[in-house]
Design a protein around this ligand. Sequence first.
Ligand code: NA7
Length: 536
Amino acid sequence: MSEAQEFDVIIVGAGMSGMYQLHLLRGLGYSVRVFEAGTGVGGTWYWNRYPGARFDSESYSYGYSFSEEVLREWSWSEHFSAQPETLRYLNYIADKFDLRTDIQFEARVASAIFDDAGNAWDITMEDGSRARAQFLITAIGPLSTPVMPKINGIEDFQGDYFHTGQWPHEPVDFTGKRVAVIGTGATGVQTIQEVAKTVGHLTVFQRNPNYCAPLLNSPIDDEAQARIKASYDEIFAQCNSTHSGFLHDADPRLALEVSDEERKAFYEQRYGEPGFGIWMGNFRDIFVDQGANDTISEFVREKIRQRVKDPAVAEKLMPRNHGFGTRRVPLETGYYEVYNQDNVVLVDIKDTPIEKITATGLRCGGVEHEFDIIIYATGFDAVTGGFDKIDIRGVDGLRLKDKWGQGPRTYLGLQIEGFPNMLTLVGPHNAASFCNIPRCIEQNVEWVADLLAYIKDHDIKRIVPTLAAEDEWTEHVYDVGSKLLFTKVDSWFTGINRNVEGKTKRTFLLYAGGAPAYREKCDEVAANDYEGFVLQ
Ligand code: NA7
């Protein structure tokens, strides 16, 4: 067995949260090592190189806010930047703060075992190399475990096939090719509208449609750039004041208290504005009141009806089994118009699932389809999937996967009873998993850095939440969730993934009480000497 390298802190993952955590902890004098499975930094933006991948958040609300110099130096070129630019940005951050010296790339963590007597974590990589540290920080992202569908014959296909979350680094040429896309979530929508521009023929296999709304992206000109750079304080203050860290905030009115004309005019206005305004800036009751939700759901269905020429195709694209915004709203640029192209076919597979993948394509509803390329936009084993892939064992060998068998249990989505000295950035039941994510990442990372500064000052060897604190937080998370229409619907928010063993029962993976309330609670816990934690 190779000898273990020793550090004060091990961080798993060099995406946005791992990078910033490394930067802050190094500044506190901790020895830190980041283990990253990829060959470069960037996490989500490193892996998701599929055609059309881009922000649905305004670019300038997405970047880090912690460095004045970065805010001055970096210029986003579009209001909603594409993946290559975001990856360039994250590489620029890594260079600027000299992060790579403490990141080990191509190192995938296989197990993390807590040494009770030594108050330390023993980490083993897939290649057998080992490391040990007092603290383990997971920065593994909520959408980092791509999942292929459970369909027979996937490996029999003789053409090229890709999962969007494991896209090759080399460009893929679709010109003149017969292409299939399976999946119509936020990723599928971005992919479909992009590949439709060059394909010979495109077939989309849709199980459930989603309510998509216009992104309305545009370049940032010099004047807008100057305005943005001069108003970063206001931009971040606005994000920090809203429920989910976006620039958009709920309208104080109720959908059903205004007149039909006023409601319609408001929906038209939101539909015609860039970004998530229609989701995050809508009437505040659309997520809790089915009647209110019905009005916006029908409005978006009507837009689909207007934009898709063939009424039968339009009908297939209209969600009927859930309300607007109760699943992630994909933002689109000409998505619905793709279905007006002569070389695009939509196959509804709700009642006739794909039977098998064949050497030349796939068989569905008794029909053989032939393809050159199959794209799987089938999503992720969300939020807990990254944890499940690592054999994580706490006190008395308790496996995290077993502890979370009936759904996650955490304190603040940041620590777990029975797993001392382990901190979970953007973990389940953490506000960051339902947020304009960098805004909440910064809160998580800064809170953990403050905690580790306190630990250093007080010579603490071990921190773990009490069972009572964990129970109380978990109950609060489910209680808040139970009031929302989200929790009545199958989606990755509710932990449903029929391609993964054991993920067929609804739970709730997010904290939906809002980023401000979450931040307040975290601050209160810290101000009360880390109330709810046992510090030894
Ligand atoms: P999603 O939102 O989980 O979407 C996955 C899509 O794949 C969805 O349309 C699924 O249909 C479909 N799917 C999954 N398995 C199958 C099988 N077996 N057959 C056919 N279709 C299937 O993942 P995304 O990557 O789009 O988005 C995830 C997040 O990333 C997104 O919310 C953004 O925040 C970024 P279903 O709807 O389950 O019927």
